[in-house]
Design a protein around this ligand. Sequence first.
Ligand code: GLN
Length: 283
Amino acid sequence: MTISQLKSLFHSELKNIYPVNEIDSFYHILTESELNLSRVDKALDPERLIEQASELFFRKALKELASEKPVQHITNKTEFYGLDFTVNKDVLIPRPETEELVAWVLQEANDRKKLKILDIGTGSGCIAISLAKNLTTAKVTAIDFSESALKTAQQNAKDNNVAVDFIQQDILKTDVLPDIYDIIISNPPYIRELEKVEIQKNVLSFEPHSALFVSDDNPLLFYKKIATLATKHLSENGLLFFEINQYLGKETLEMLKTTGFKKNELRKDIFENDRMTKSAISN
Ligand code: GLN
């Protein structure tokens, strides 16, 4: 089979399930990862032959894509803030809106100050690791309740050549944090059961529900717990950053205020959804 025949096969097999541009993107991601071919390589040599073993890989991948398995679970990797991350069923696939949160933290942070940073519910480690990579003097700690997520995060820190202290801990069962921090950041679970209808099948069937869902009657559970801990564990001008549920901007700000944060800012993501907050205790 040639590479151009492979491209046609992708389109014919997936056309009823995905839009054309998404199929193109799958084709490019998978040929890059399996054959190490860039877009230019493919354009210059469309008649290039694919070996039998690779052909088998692509046929299996097409079946998996047809079952709506995320392409990142087929390659076991994704990119976040310009860095490569291993992902698997144990961690949430890093989302672009979380890159916007990291960009906000980096705007506010001063690398000369040897900041202490804590990431709560680190998952793949994407927030902690991208901060550590960009704030070379910072001391970064990351917590997650899941042992398997922490294994993946540890691997990611190693692969990206950064030192992050990982701690296995359930934040809901935590009464004191290990230290005082200049920045506490979290992207905890925030999707309500009632919003499940909006969630795509690939997310529902393949990503860890413990990283995504909260009950309808207490959706700010993690936020309240983390904000309360942060009131006791932030340094004098310390900042608390959250990624938030787009429908709960007002409620999140209200909760932050009543918990003791006097200065709060809410920002939208590129899709114009309320998506992140920055809070300080004093004005
Ligand atoms: N933004 C993620 C999603 O829409 C949810 C992340 C989270 O619950 N923290 O899938």
